[in-house]
Design a protein around this ligand. Structure first.
Ligand code: SF4
Ligand code: SF4
Length: 540
């Protein structure tokens, strides 16, 4: 049972700094009240609670349980709702939103750096250093002037980061797609909406007060992040710089109370007023996009992702990080090849993977964790498709090897008989050097659940139609990997050099040359230009 401050309080403020949990707060009228989810009744004190002992009139008293329903204060009406089709919703998907999601999901394993002034920052290079996004942290979510934090002051904030705040960030990123000018317009979201989207409305183990406090904490965390961006020229859109600003502004929190027959006020809800930072003017600007001065980058947020993250975050942090990362990665196309080290960096951080490379026991543990996290992904219908060349059956997780066993009892029997006749069995232990093999292994792509996949395939079709329209006026290009490889070797250019000139990875060039997939028409034009291949004859 929490304490409360009665109406007779004269708001002298003496008790406020005394509360050890920060439960005593000021409302928008500068009146003192106790947030019930934060008040622990000073349970570790034998004497009177600190708020009671410090108050000249010993006013604070225990808040009786709320009985019955009473008239509530009027709330701001919410104008926007998510998941109108019941499955997914558009979401702002620019690199800054993606990286913010990674940062919130990774918490203490995020590779923060220290600048010359001892301030904590993280710099993400984009397009081989042509652009960069810088992140910093600030202490308060609501103050107008956001002061960036030094390492010592930021540690407690980083340690208190909750992976579930990434879900709230995604909800905000989905909400802003409803706005025409999100960098100028606020949106409101209340606890009921957040509880529904996060699946907290089904949690019977949490009291109303605990849910409200959790939601408030999760809402505040993305609002403590500040970004500054230098972006490079892309097509007709010129390079630009985005000044330092919060990712999300928490404009205000409106607390909603119900007063019972005895005059006690009970906290029953919260409404958050949020505004996107200035990044939205550059990356979520419909009008600017039409005039070639900004981008309008959006993707799709499947509803199930939020509730799944909220269900498994505690036991499977690695799975959650991979899931959130794939939300943005798959936006670039469903057929995205991902190396195992990259996936491990996403799930556990580079430091952990490097550590595992040199410690046998840690390596074993990390490997077990990785394979288990992949299994959980697979359980939620995000199925990894292993590259048969670099990630063959012998180094695949046992659950993936066993997945080929037929369901039918007779067929399964036959399978095991055949397996027993082979030199190797699918249940054989992994070969020596599995870790080293995995460090070169790749996952070809992830099969996705229907509600996620359907939307992506719609976009891919749309993109392809657009590309076909654009290429109508261009000369038909029939350039296979063999020809590219021959032309490159004739000019004495290495794969690495060609990759650099194309702004691609070396493995991308290797795959094109091995005809593992085809380059898009824009990339083919660039290749032809670099390798001096004639567009009409495809001859150098
Ligand atoms: S009882 Fe203790 S924790 Fe609760 S409001 Fe008073 S001082 Fe704060
Ligand atoms: S010390 Fe007493 S009168 Fe002063 S704000 Fe606290 S409860 Fe109110």
């Amino acid at each position: 049972m929490a304490y409360t401050i009665p109406n007779s309080c004269v708001h002298c403020g003496i008790c406020l700094p005394e509360c050890p949990t920060g439960a005593i707060q000021l409302d928008k009228n500068q009146e003192h009240w106790v947030e019930p989810g934060l008040c622990n009744d000073c349970e570790d004190r034998d004497a009177k609670p600190l708020c009671v002992s410090s108050c000249p009139d010993s006013l604070p008293l225990t808040l009786p349980n709320k009985k019955g329903r009473y008239k509530a204060e009027p709330r701001i009406l919410n104008t926007h709702y998510l998941f109108a089709n019941g499955h997914n919703n558009p979401i702002a998907s620019s690199m800054v939103i993606w990286e913010t999601c990674n940062l919130l999901a990774k918490g203490t394993v995020f590779p923060w750096q220290i600048d010359g002034n001892g301030k904590l920052y993280f710099e993400r290079q984009v397009k081989q250093g042509k652009g960069k996004i810088e992140f910093r942290l600030t202490k308060n979510a609501t103050t107008k002037i956001a002061k960036t934090l030094s390492q010592s002051n930021a540690t407690s904030i980083i340690e208190s980061m909750d992976i579930r705040a990434a879900c709230v960030h995604l909800i905000f990123a989905a909400f802003v797609t409803n706005l025409e000018r999100p960098w100028e317009q606020e949106f409101t979201i209340d606890n009921k909406q957040l509880e529904t989207h996060l699946g907290l409305n089904k949690r019977k183990d949490l009291s109303k007060a605990a849910k409200l406090t959790l939601i408030k904490t999760l809402v505040q965390q993305p609002c403590k992040l500040i970004t500054k961006i230098d972006w490079f020229r892309q097509g007709k859109i010129q390079a630009f710089s985005v000044p330092e600003d919060r990712i999300w502004h928490l404009v205000a929190i409106d607390n909603h109370f119900q007063e019972d027959a005895d005059g006690y006020k009970h906290l029953v809800g919260m409404t958050f007023r949020i505004k996107a930072g200035i990044w939205a003017k550059y990356f979520l600007n419909k009008q600017g996009y039409k005039k070639y001065v900004a981008y309008y980058q959006y993707g799709t947020l499947p509803k199930f992702l939020l509730t799944t993250v909220m269900t498994i975050w505690h036991q499977h942090e690695g799975t959650v990080r991979m899931m959130l990362w794939l939300l943005f990665k798959t936006k670039m196309g469903r057929q995205q090849r991902i190396t195992v080290p990259k996936l491990m960096y996403v799930a556990y951080g580079e430091a952990k993977v490097r550590e595992a490379s040199v410690h046998r026991e840690k390596r074993k543990r990390l490997l077990r964790r990785f394979e288990s996290d992949l299994e959980v992904l697979n359980h939620y219908h995000i199925k990894p498709i292993f590259d048969p060349i670099t990630y063959p059956t012998k180094i695949q997780p046992l659950w993936a090897r066993l997945a080929v066993i037929p369901d039918d009892a007779d067929e399964a029997m036959e399978f095991w008989i055949n397996d027993g006749c082979n030199e190797t069995s699918i249940t054989d232990a992994a070969p020596p050097g599995k870790w080293n093999l995995l460090m070169k292994a790749r996952i070809l792509n992830f099969e996705l659940p229907p509600e996620w996949d359907k939307q992506l395939s719609r976009w891919e079709n749309k993109k392809q139609r657009k590309a076909r329209r654009q290429s109508k006026t261009q000369t038909t290009v029939n350039l296979n990997g063999e020809k590219i490889s021959a032309a490159r070797k004739r000019l004495g250019i290495s794969q690495r050099k060609l990759a650099q000139q194309l702004d691609k990875s070396q493995s991308w060039v290797r795959d094109i040359e091995n005809s593992r997939f085809s380059a898009k028409s824009g990339d083919l034009s660039k290749i032809m230009k670099i390798l001096h291949i004639d567009s009409s004859t495809n001859e150098e």
